[in-house]
Design a protein around this ligand. Structure first.
Ligand code: NAD
Ligand code: TYD
Length: 353
């Protein structure tokens, strides 16, 4: 029987990889992509599947209290994979309320609509919330990892909003019996990543010989995962994860920002035919991010042992592939960095001087 699956935020970075995987792998599903197309949403990311017979795009806002319940009533979704969010920490510092609205209220609106639509029979239904490791706060340089039982301790408005939405997802499971699953993933990188985030921003700036802004001393550590490996994990968890459970997803791949940028500069020098060391001259240390989390590192052994997932790609190989994608997709980069982006970026950069 054909299943209707709703994927929210699928015009964005991670969602576009998830929706492509589902549309191609599961012809027996009909995939609905619900996205309001903020600055971060781009239908260009999905042009290869736009005409697929099992794919429908719906433009809509997850915070809309009339439209969302109507959508659930109309399509009788069997499953929801919820990725729509405001996702950038720096933006959450300047505009926390849009994060509360979308990430907290929008998630609750979806949960409530699912609860009402499914209340007669929740058998076989699933609400999957895609979340972040940033809900756990920050680690020291002591070799420790975030596990699924690490206490929540968010610091930025972004991570606080995601932590809050995780709590609501669990509350709907405990209170109403809504079948839910949550995953908390580390930093992703790969194609279609909006160039406000460290890796694509640096690729774009290196290409245009602009300064690469490094916050503070560049000692902060992130655990990087190739976005396609995250999409594979979401597929596995959606289908095989246990009701009410949380799964951590990570690359076991820690890099300080400065080490990572030096590696990226080396690759860019090679790809652009520059002399070794030329791109690294663009590195510029700027004012640190307020409340900047020191280190993230994920223990994903639960997912690996219970559901058999593991990352497929070494970081160096993934970074090369990512650089190749940005160099081959100059038009995509030009489109997303024109207009509003310039104002945002120039303002951010000026404020950090
Ligand atoms: P993104 O910013 O690239 O994409 C977000 C998408 O959501 C966009 O297409 C946007 O148009 C859409 N959206 C925003 N507000 C909406 C609203 N009110 N209604 C409907 N659609 C809306 O984000 P991303 O990096 O792809 O992240 C996707 C999800 O994964 C988020 O929930 C994020 O918290 C989580 N996550 C991201 C990372 C990462 O490294 N990027 C890591 C772990 C978890
Ligand atoms: P980012 O890509 O914004 O992801 P997150 O804040 O969700 O981890 O940032 C990754 C790291 O890079 C983080 O420690 C902040 C740092 N950073 C810079 O040093 N310079 C930049 O221009 C940006 C955007 C981030």
């Amino acid at each position: 029987m054909k299943k209707n699956i709703l994927i929210t935020g699928a015009a964005g970075f991670i969602g576009s990889h998830v929706v492509r995987l589902f549309v191609n792998k599961y012809p027996e599903y009909h995939i609905f992509n619900l996205d309001t197309l903020t600055y971060a949403g781009n239908l260009e990311n999905l042009k290869d599947i736009t005409d697929a017979p099992n794919y429908t795009f719906i433009k809509g806002d997850i915070t809309d209290e009339v439209f969302i319940p109507e959508l659930f009533a109309k399509y009788n979704f069997d499953g929801v994979i919820h990725l729509a969010a405001e996702s950038h920490v720096d933006r959450s510092i300047t505009d926390p309320f849009s994060f509360i609205r979308t990430n907290v209220f929008g998630t609750c609106n979806l949960l409530n609509s699912a609860k009402n639509a499914w209340k007669e029979n929740m058998e076989g239904k699933r609400f999957y919330h895609v979340s972040t490791d940033e809900v756990y706060g920050a680690l020291e340089f002591d070799g420790s990892f975030f596990t699924e039982s690490t206490k929540y301790d968010p610091h930025s408005p972004y991570s606080a909003s995601k932590a809050s939405s995780d709590h609501f997802v669990r509350a709907y499971n405990d209170t109403y019996g809504l079948p839910v699953v949550i995953s908390n993933c580390s930093n992703n990188y790969g194609a279609n990543h909006f160039p406000e985030k460290l890796i694509p921003l640096s690729i774009n700036n290196i290409k245009h010989n602009k300064p690469i802004p490094i916050y503070g001393k560049g000692e902060n550590v992130r655990d990087w995962l190739w976005v396609n490996d995250h999409a594979r994990a979401i597929d596995i968890i959606f289908h095989n994860g246990k009701n009410g459970q949380t799964y951590n997803i990570g690359g076991n791949n820690e890099w300080s920002n400065i080490e990572l940028i030096h590696k990226l500069c080396e690759i860019m020098d090679r790809k652009l035919g520059r002399e070794h060391g030329e791109s690294a001259k663009l590195i510029t240390f700027v004012k640190d991010r307020a409340g900047h989390d020191l280190r993230y590192a994920i223990d994903s052994s639960k997912l690996q042992n219970e559901l058999g997932w593991k990352p497929s790609l070494q970081f160096e190989e993934g970074l090369e592939k990512t650089v190749d994608w940005y160099l081959e997709n100059q038009e995509w980069l030009d489109n997303v960095t024109s207009g509003q982006y310039q104002n945002y970026y120039e303002k951010q950069y000026k404020e950090r001087q």
